[in-house]
Write a protein that binds this ligand. Structure first.
Ligand SMILES: [Zn+2]
Length: 399
């Protein structure tokens, strides 16, 4: 049990297609989203093929964390975009599904699934919602405390530097840390809200409502039309939120610094965001290992726009390897924000503790998530050994 409780939900790892939205659940967004997705692909292609006319120019005085911090304190850096994944939530007790020993799929035998990924597939869910909700109950976190890294992003906002935070996580820790919906693109959805699946109803429900259903072991049904109600996380077979495609258009033209934290950049189209920034925008990776680098074959062809930390042509990419919290602390120190960051973390964490103290004990879920918090029981799955079949239909649907 204990280990299951620990297995939270961080990052959806599905390969996601970027085709037109599902006619089933997203038909109302069809036109606009379809167009922006086309533009997304066109843009990606043109960058990949080196069709842009910009000449690489070194903006950082050196390719180090110091270089980045000096840039951030200069006039030139006004808009920071963060791209974050499961790695920023692991220190909050939400394991990255790729980590050995925390594999979600190892826990699924008891649900009689035709195959493990089915639990997060929209079509299976519509027919058999029970396994998903059983898993959600099992993984529902007692308490969620945002990490130092989450509060670092909050500081970026307070300093007027945050243009947007694109997250793959559904744990809503960004919201708990004080980012507003406007600051966020929750690319793989969120547990914060739920919706009725009835195509003519679509009534919205709150996290509290959903949590109550989950813990009373009643399959959530709409008060109004009796259809199934689903948390707003993106299942396999569903499109990414239209907001992802629309905001991306403008954000990635304005970005002065891209800050990539705690993600292995393996999920499309999220991963290709790194290639969407202007040619001279510096990119800082804070992660346990280097990632997003050029594919050697593509580089050979002169085609890749992946990260380049080490080659003699490297001119804008910096990797800081280690835990996200430590990387953020190191950067905060260079920026002269360290005390402020520590104070913020201390203050916010005591507030969360105080709240959960009041709530007292409550069975399996001793402390309700703090205001605005949301638990994220089950993140759609990790690139589950990526069955080839999945890969092949990834082009048509989020999956
Ligand atoms: Zn309904």
């Amino acid at each position: 049990m204990a280990e299951r409780d620990a297995a939270g939900a961080g990052e959806i790892e599905a390969e996601r297609g970027s085709d037109s939205p599902d006619s089933d659940s997203d038909s109302e967004n069809g036109g606009a989203s379809g167009e922006s997705e086309m533009d997304f692909l066109r843009h990606l292609l043109s960058r990949t093929l080196g069709l842009g006319s910009e000449k690489p120019e070194k903006v950082l005085d050196e390719l180090t964390l110091d270089g980045v911090s000096r840039f951030m304190q200069s006039e030139k850096c006004r808009n920071v975009v963060c791209i974050v994944g499961a790695g920023i939530s692991t220190s909050a007790g939400i394991p990255d599904f790729r980590s050995p020993g925390t594999g979600l799929y190892a826990n699924l035998q008891s649900y009689n699934l035709p195959y493990p990924e089915a639990i997060f597939e929209i079509n299976y869910f519509k027919q058999h919602p029970e396994p998903f909700f059983a898993l959600a109950r099992e993984l529902y976190p007692g308490q969620f405390k945002p990490t130092v890294c989450h509060y670092f992003i909050r500081l970026l906002k307070e300093k007027g530097l945050l243009l947007r935070c694109y997250t793959q996580n559904i744990d809503t820790l960004e919201r708990v840390a004080g980012l507003d919906q406007e600051d966020l693109v929750e690319a793989h959805g969120t547990f914060f809200t739920s919706h009725c699946l009835g195509s003519s109803c679509k009534k919205q429900y709150t996290l509290d409502w959903m949590k109550e259903k989950i813990f009373s072991t009643v399959t959530p049904k709409c008060d109004k039309c009796q259809s199934l109600v689903k948390p707003d996380i993106v299942f396999f077979g569903e499109s990414l939120p239209p907001r992802f495609f629309t905001l991306m258009q403008s954000d990635f033209q304005k970005v002065d610094l891209l800050l990539i934290m705690g993600t292995s950049l393996q999920v499309q189209p999220f991963a290709s965001l790194v290639s969407r920034v202007p040619t001279n925008t510096p990119r800082l990776l804070i992660n346990k290992e280097k990632t997003g680098q050029s594919d050697p074959f593509m580089s050979l062809m002169g085609l890749s726009t992946g990260m380049d930390f080490d080659s003699e042509k490297a001119y804008r990419d910096v990797a800081w390897l280690g835990e996200c919290d430590e990387g953020c602390t190191a950067l905060a120190e260079l920026l002269g924000w360290k005390n402020e960051l520590e104070e913020l973390v201390k203050k916010e964490h005591s507030a969360i503790d105080a709240k959960s103290g009041q709530a007292g004990e409550a069975g399996r879920s001793p402390s309700p998530p703090p205001a605005g918090a949301t638990a994220s029981p089950s993140p759609p799955p990790a690139k589950p050994g990526s069955s080839p079949q999945k890969e092949s239909d990834a082009g048509s649907k989020a999956e």
